[in-house]
Design a protein around this ligand. Structure first.
Ligand code: BES
Ligand code: ZN
Ligand code: ZN
Length: 479
């Protein structure tokens, strides 16, 4: 783990980094650089060198540039990217502590720089025999605008993102539904929120028909995790609910995934659940004054003797009957139960996150989150703004009534796949809408949750998408 600290005194750490954001010839000398160093840096800045290094006896120093394109969210992202660019250089040099500073008056810029650096340092090697600990242990942040609260919130959201990445990268062999419930308990204990994990017997008694139908072909029991963070003096009486899809492995069930390779990354199908766990960590650890409840229905989806057969009719938690025509459209079945269960909390808002459809991923790729729902324009605007600030960007899809017509069944209330090939992300959203009677948003993260190559500070494989977004939105909500 890499820890953030506020730098004490000036320039005492052996390795110092400076991020320049000011286009108008910054005054490097303010940061303890010599005249000749300044001249070199200015030359190399013109040549657009990403990192300028000065190796000295007392101190190694680096200068980087982040271009200010006029909008703050773009500068924040440029700062994260500069941090990521740096990570390769620093990794090979094995520094144990470094100091970060910037010419920007805005302390959020230097925090973003650290965030990009730490998130790019991430790698998942715990199953490797020769795994080595990262040398870097401490990042000292040197900025007059920074205080302990900002720093710890920055740390908590980075840690939450890493928790989510670790859970998503863990394969099914090491993380089944019960293990996910165990992870919920552990994070709750450490961050300070209440947890309850319903087991198979409880789910049967309570008739979680959607979740149990997906679990029917499995040899492992399903779980349903409930996380409650209700601090004294919370700004809201009715909770904000965070609901995450927890399919620990998706084979497609009896509608088994046909294309070669299409199943290979399906351990990522609990990325929504992982984002909820990571966000709950960051929120509770930062003591945000807000009442939040997290729900994660979890199971694997596989063919088995008792697996649901295409054409079967099941009864959901709320009594809705569903004709299951495609066992691979399982996410909506477990989320439908969770969203119906959420009603008993009388939420002011529920946000679900799910790797729900290939259609969402095909529509906008790994660059953003497809979202839709019934919450107010104000809530949508705020969430979209948080999406820009964290660069976990959102694009809204429509929820017109006509899409609802496409999931009506001949023999049950609903069917779990629409007639027709198109608009698959939306018809999945329409299915979920049926189980809500409160302001609600659905985030389809199938595109950005798990990526095939490193993209700056978004590490290859699990990205932890959703944690930074949710934390930013909820922090803004309560301040
Ligand atoms: N887990 C998948 C969606 C998915 C696809 C996640 C790619 C991550 C990357 C989901 O359960 C699924 O299989 N959806 C089907 C729905 C279809 C049968 C209506 C899909 O998108 O093909
Ligand atoms: Zn599926
Ligand atoms: Zn799935």
């Amino acid at each position: 783990m890499i820890e953030l600290r506020i730098a004490q005194g000036k320039n005492e750490i052996h390795t110092a980094l400076l991020l320049i954001t000011n286009k108008n010839k910054p005054d490097f000398s303010n940061f303890g650089f010599s005249k000749s160093e300044v001249q070199v840096a200015e030359k190399l800045q013109e040549a657009k060198k990403p990192i300028i290094s000065f190796y000295g006896e007392k101190q190694n120093r680096y200068i980087q540039f982040a271009e200010d394109k006029g909008q703050k969210y773009l500068l924040l992202e440029a700062a994260r990217k500069a941090g990521a660019t740096l990570s390769n250089e620093l990794k090979s040099l094995k520094y144990t502590e470094i100091q970060l500073q910037t010419d920007s008056e805005d302390a959020e810029i230097v925090l973003a720089y650290a965030e990009g650096l730490i998130l790019a340092y991430y790698n998942f090697d715990k199953y490797k025999k020769d795994a080595k600990e990262t040398a870097l242990k401490t990042i000292h942040i040197s900025h007059i605008g920074i205080d302990e609260k900002m720093l710890s919130e920055g740390q908590n959201v980075i840690d939450g993102t890493i928790i989510a990445r670790d859970l998503v990268n863990a394969p099914f062999s090491h993380l089944n539904a019960e293990d996910l419930g165990e992870a919920v308990r552990e994070v709750g204990k450490n961050a300070g929120f209440k947890t309850e994990v319903l087991n198979q017997t409880q789910l049967e008694t309570l008739r979680f028909g959607g979740l149990l139908s997906v679990n029917a072909g499995s040899i492992d029991p399903a779980t349903f995790s409930i996380m409650e963070y209700k601090p004294k003096g919370a700004v809201n009486k009715q909770p904000i609910m965070l609901v995450g899809k927890g399919v620990v492995y998706d084979t497609g069930g009896l509608t088994i995934k046909p294309t070669p390779g299409s199943m290979d990354s399906m351990k990522c199908d609990m990325a929504g659940g992982a984002a909820v766990i990571g966000a709950m960590h960051a929120i509770a650890k930062s003591n945000l004054p807000v009442y939040v409840v997290g729900l994660i229905p979890a199971t694997d989806n596989r063919p088995g003797e008792r697996a649901v057969a295409p054409g079967d009719v099941i009864t959901m938690f709320d009594g809705t009957t569903v004709e299951v025509l495609n066992a691979d459209a399982e996410g909506r079945l477990i989320l439908g139960d969770a969203l119906a269960y959420a009603k008993k909390y009388n939420p002011m808002l529920a946000i679900d996150l799910a790797t729900l459809t290939g259609a969402a991923a095909r529509a906008i790729g790994q660059q953003g989150i497809v979202y839709m729902g019934t919450a107010s324009e104000e809530i949508k605007n705020n969430l979209e703004e948080s999406g820009r600030q964290t660069y976990e960007r959102l694009v809204e899809f429509p929820m017109w009534d006509e899409y609802g017509e496409m999931i009506k069944s001949d023999i049950a209330d609903l069917k779990n796949v629409a007639s027709g090939q198109s608009s698959g992300a939306i018809t999945a959203g329409k299915f979920l809408e049926h189980f809500t009677d409160y302001p609600w948003l659905h985030l389809d993260i199938a595109g950005p949750a798990f990526i095939t190559g490193q993209d700056s500070y978004r590490s290859k494989n699990a990205t932890g998408v959703g944690v930074r977004l949710l934390f930013h939105y909820i922090k803004n909500f309560c301040s």
